[in-house]
Design a protein around this ligand. Structure first.
Ligand code: GTP
Ligand code: SPV
Ligand code: MN
Length: 590
């Protein structure tokens, strides 16, 4: 198995630096999974849950200082600072290698070094990429086994090539002051040290499949996006594939495995991916998508039989839970799952009752599970060509201003809708929660190069598509005066998706407004939904003052990109300003 010279040399070099007691190459077999699981139980990385109720399910409690992505400690280490752009932290490559090198030095003494080869994308697909993660965390190795196609399959695809992403990871001492997640696009390399959590440590995910892949996609002519991929089948059996970008903890996993409301007889939803999409123009002029991942690392809180029954069904076996609460009978619990248990153990291992001041599960507690266990699993996930995309959705968490749904006038205006996204922050990253910030394309923390150049790449992509997807913006999170969500969300979001599909088929009715094409009155069928009075009007209204205020922060953000901002987006910005000030609504809309 260890025949690749370049890989062998890099593993030896990493071992000389980190000095592990032993090196284990992961092959991805079931026998190996059992062995690693025993190791994780022995080391305390895993706690066994009740194996009769939840076979193969384990609980991991991370260090309380290490529960989310740390954006402040994440760097793009391109040779030229300008290439990282104003939205990324930057460190000079030499300095980054030196600083992290001194932390990696001897960091694996007394530990095992796991060598984890993994394949991103279907085996044999020309779009797939190989990575190898070296890690001293058995928890990471086991998660990678669920999140990626791990082991032999990756080495087979790699063959004798030295074209693979090199990801070096060590928990080191989990000291926040010695925690860095560094990306070297020019070397196809990631160095991550001092964290054992999620996107900081599972290097296939945000580090490879978004940050490095976005930079690679720019060079090779494709897109790496923070998007779910879902197929929606109508009662006649036609399936429409859509991609949707939402910031972290803003609804991708839920939308990807939505269960149609009872009134949608004959409709089916097929899950291709819940977090990351790699998109390329196909020979037919359409945009095609693959999901490079093989599992979900989903947000636990809020997941219930009502909100996401498919997720609950797939979490009954073979799942890893991170930072959730444990009930006295060895099951899991989190806020929003069900009525609280009378007593349980919180995510830190402390006794908890409903009277406790803090939540039982961490707000960013997660589950890891294979995509194959999802009841709505799409067999197209295996398709080496991916699926053709008819619509792209940009969504964010906004208490106001952004209506429930609208469509862009055309591709460039759609790119503008992605570029001007702003969203209230969530617990998926450390820092304040609920603060509105610009998060273009839901890629603010994940774009591996200059954001202005990234916008330009999107504009250019449209020129290469003879049959581009339609582009929409949505907001499931608008609140009424009482602070409650105006839209029921979850399964009911299919009502909004249906209008989009009708638009794609040239049937859905829309009205032109200064911001874009809104559903015509009644075009979104609400049936007997228990909506607050006037809710639909509010959900589909144009908050002119809100938009005028948004123009100012757009100006500021676009200004920060300097000469990297594509002139097409500057023109879209000016066009929106004119229309809001009473200029004619644009002609030439489709
Ligand atoms: P990441 O894995 O961090 O990228 O998150 P995600 O975008 O996949 O978000 P996810 O689907 O896990 O949802 C995050 C939170 O938003 C959960 O607590 C959900 O219950 C909640 N949520 C998802 N969809 C909706 C919706 O349509 N309406 C409302 N009100 N909440 C939603
Ligand atoms: C996100 O934060 O967008 C996630 C979780 O999907 S993590 O793997 O931590 O990035
Ligand atoms: Mn995500």
């Amino acid at each position: 198995m260890r025949t690749n010279g370049a890989l062998q040399a890099w593993v030896e070099e990493s071992a000389r630096l980190c000095r592990p007691d032993r090196i284990v190459w992961c092959d991805g077999s079931a026998e190996e999974k059992d062995r690693l699981t025993s190791e994780a139980l022995d080391s305390g990385d895993f706690r066994a849950l009740d194996q009769r109720a939840l076979p193969g399910c384990y609980l991991h409690r991370s260090n309380p200082n290490d529960v989310a992505r740390t954006e402040k400690l994440t760097f793009i280490c391109s040779p030229d600072k300008e290439d990282a752009g104003p939205t990324n932290n930057w460190l000079a490559p030499k300095e980054a290698y030196a600083r992290l090198g001194s932390i990696f030095e001897g960091s694996m003494r007394g530990r095992t070094m796991y060598v984890v080869p993994f394949l991103m994308g279907p085996a044999g697909s020309p779009f797939s990429k190989v990575g190898v993660e070296i890690t001293d965390s058995v928890y990471v190795a086991l998660n990678m086994g669920l999140m990626t196609r791990m082991g032999e399959v990756a080495l087979r695809q790699l063959g004798g090539s030295d074209d693979f992403t090199r990801g070096l990871h060590s928990k080191a001492d989990l000291d926040e002051n010695r925690r860095f997640i560094c990306h070297f696009p020019q070397d196809n390399t990631i160095w991550s040290v001092g964290s054992g959590y999620g996107g900081n440590a599972l290097l296939s995910k945000k580090c490879l499949a978004l940050r490095l892949a976005s930079a690679l996609g720019r060079r090779e002519g494709w897109l790496a996006e923070h998007m779910l991929i879902v197929g929606i089948e109508d009662p006649a059996g036609n399936t429409t594939y859509v991609c949707a970008a939402f910031p972290s903890a803003c609804g991708k996993t839920n939308l990807a495995m939505l269960v149609p409301p009872a009134s949608f007889k004959g409709w089916k939803v097929w899950t291709v991916g819940d977090d990351i999409a790699w998109l390329r123009p196909g020979p037919d002029g359409r945009l095609w998508a693959i999901n490079p991942e093989a599992g979900f690392f989903g947000v636990a809180p809020g997941t219930s039989a009502k909100s996401n029954p498919n997720a609950l069904a797939m979490l009954e076996r073979g799942a890893i839970f991170t930072n959730v609460a444990e009930t006295p009978d060895g099951r899991v619990w989190w806020e929003g799952l069900s009525d609280p248990p009378v007593a349980c153990t919180d995510w830190r291992g402390r006794p908890w009752t409903p009277a406790s001041a803090e939540p039982a599960a961490h707000a960013n507690s997660r589950f890891t599970v294979s995509i194959k266990q999802c009841p709505s699993y799409s067999k197209e996930w295996e398709n080496p060509q991916g699926v053709p995309i008819s619509a792209i959705i940009f969504g964010a968490r906004r208490a106001g201003v952004v209506p429930l749904v609208y469509e862009s006038f055309n591709w460039d205006h759609g790119v503008f809708l992605g570029a001007t996204m702003a969203s209230e922050t969530t617990a998926a990253a450390t820092g304040a929660v609920g603060v509105l910030r610009r998060d273009p394309f839901a890629m603010l923390p994940f774009c591996g190069y200059n954001m202005g150049d990234y916008f330009g790449h999107w504009i250019g992509m449209g020129r290469r598509l003879q049959r581009p997807p339609r582009i929409f913006r949505v907001n499931w999170f608008m609140r009424g005066d009482d602070g409650k969500f105006l839209w029921p969300g979850f399964g009911e979001n299919l009502r909004v998706l249906r209008w989009m599909i009708e638009r794609c088929n040239g049937r859905g009715k829309a009205v032109e407004t200064p911001i874009g094409l809104l559903p015509a009155p009644g075009a979104i069928e609400v049936g007997d939904l228990p909506l607050a009075s006037g809710a639909m009007d509010r959900l589909l209204s144009i908050d002119r003052d809100g938009w005028l205020a948004a123009l100012n922060t757009q100006d500021e953000f676009f200004g920060s990109l300097g000469p990297h901002l594509p002139r097409e987006l500057q023109a879209e910005h000016e066009g929106l300003a004119q229309r809001l000030h009473g200029g004619p609504v644009r002609s030439g809309a489709r």
